[in-house]
Design a protein around this ligand. Structure first.
Ligand code: ZN
Length: 375
């Protein structure tokens, strides 16, 4: 499914379509019921419209979103309301309200995902999980000068120093800020669960909670595909308890160096994989010539002997699809204005990520509705 950038000509129509969808409409109605006490004149639909327009047009700030909407009649019309678009102060107040009612926003995201799931029943079967850096809108120095006073401007008390790995365009290294952890559908590339945490938080702590969120949202997760940073016993066993087969690159530990991850062998050679039993949580291996008695045996699944053996073509194919999560981080950052951050504090950064991803999912839903399902 192509869910890339929005062609400029159709963005206003697309925005109107998202705002008119029942999934977003219910969020607007529920927020209305909380008796939004903002200044009169800005209906909730217009406020939600401003939030979505910000991501659809990749605009980092409210001020520039307001300026864009003011200049474009088609956008003003899509958002509704009469004449002037909401002021950037109204947008700030609305953002505060959304943080207060984050449960309503969560429910809206779940509705949009549920609808996408019905369009594509295979969605969420294979999850690619990873974390990615979000540098803070702040200067990482605590003090204004060496031995000087503590910094007040350009500081973000929730941000911290973390590490990021190299990508094609820059070296890896330390950075100051946050990390977004996400579980992405490996086939459609759409994010199904995510969380923003301070950069220094250990990313492996979030893999199992992300899987739980995806499952709670109704997806039948079969595999979780992760890089070798996630290759540890607790994540392996936690996946298996959830009936999810982990697919990870092998982390070089002492037991791996000792060859404990290798298939069983006998005088006839290395045993061959003969299937996995998901109920038994074990893999079956066979003597290559069948001369041994017994000629096959079960190996209990663990990190070194996963249910989908690393030697198998299926494991290799699934692992290649892990790129889905990295590509999605790239699109969210560069095409949907997840970066640069222009807010400080983890709750504001979380809201920004939620709205960015909701806009993207809303567009995917609008596209899915436009394309008639193959009979
Ligand atoms: Zn043998």
């Amino acid at each position: 499914m192509d869910t890339g950038t929005v062609p400029p000509g159709s963005a206003a129509a697309e925005l109107a379509g998202i705002l008119d969808s029942p999934e977003i409409g219910r969020l607007i109605a529920e927020l209305d019921e909380t008796r939004w006490t903002g200044r009169p004149g800005y209906p909730l639909r217009a406020m939600v419209g401003m939030a979505l327009a910000k991501s659809l047009y990749s605009i980092p700030t409210w001020t520039r979103t307001v300026a864009l909407v003011r200049e474009h009649a088609a956008l003003r019309e899509a958002i509704g309301g009469s004449g002037e678009p909401p002021s950037h102060w109204a947008c700030y107040r609305f953002a505060t309200k959304l943080r207060t009612y984050s449960d309503l926003l969560d429910a809206c995201i779940a509705r949009v995902l549920d609808r996408l799931h019905r369009e594509n029943p295979e969605m969420g079967r294979d999850l690619a999980i990873d974390g990615s850096d979000l540098p803070a809108y702040a200067n990482g120095q605590r003090f204004v000068s060496k031995g000087g006073r503590e910094r007040e401007r350009f500081s973000d008390p929730d941000a911290s120093w973390g590490h990021r790995s190299a990508v094609s365009t820059r070296k890896g290294g330390g950075y100051y800020g946050y990390k977004v952890h996400a579980a992405v559908c490996a086939s459609s590339g759409l994010p199904l669960a995510w969380t923003v945490e301070t950069a220094s938080a250990t990313e492996t702590n979030f893999a199992l909670p992300l899987i739980d969120t995806v499952r709670a949202r109704g997806f039948a997760v079969r595999t979780a595909i992760m890089d070798k940073g996630y290759d540890n016993g607790p994540i392996h066993d936690g996946c298996m308890e959830r009936d999810v087969a982990p697919v990870t690159a092998l982390r070089e530990t002492g037991r791996v160096k000792a060859g404990e991850n290798k298939p069983p062998t006998c005088e006839h050679g290395e045993w061959t994989f003969a299937g996995a039993d998901y109920k038994r949580k074990a893999t079956k291996w066979r003597c290559p010539t069948g001369e041994c008695k017994p000629a096959s045996r079960w190996v209990k699944a663990d990190r070194l002997h996963p249910l989908i053996p690393r030697e198998s073509e299926r494991s290799r194919r699934l692992y290649r699809s892990r790129g889905a999560v990295e590509r999605e981080f790239g699109r969210l950052k560069h095409e949907w204005a997840l970066l640069p951050l222009r807010v400080r504090g983890i709750e504001r950064v979380r809201l920004h990520a939620d709205l960015t991803i909701l806009a993207k999912l809303g567009c995917a839903l609008a596209k899915a509705r436009d394309v008639p399902l193959a009979a």
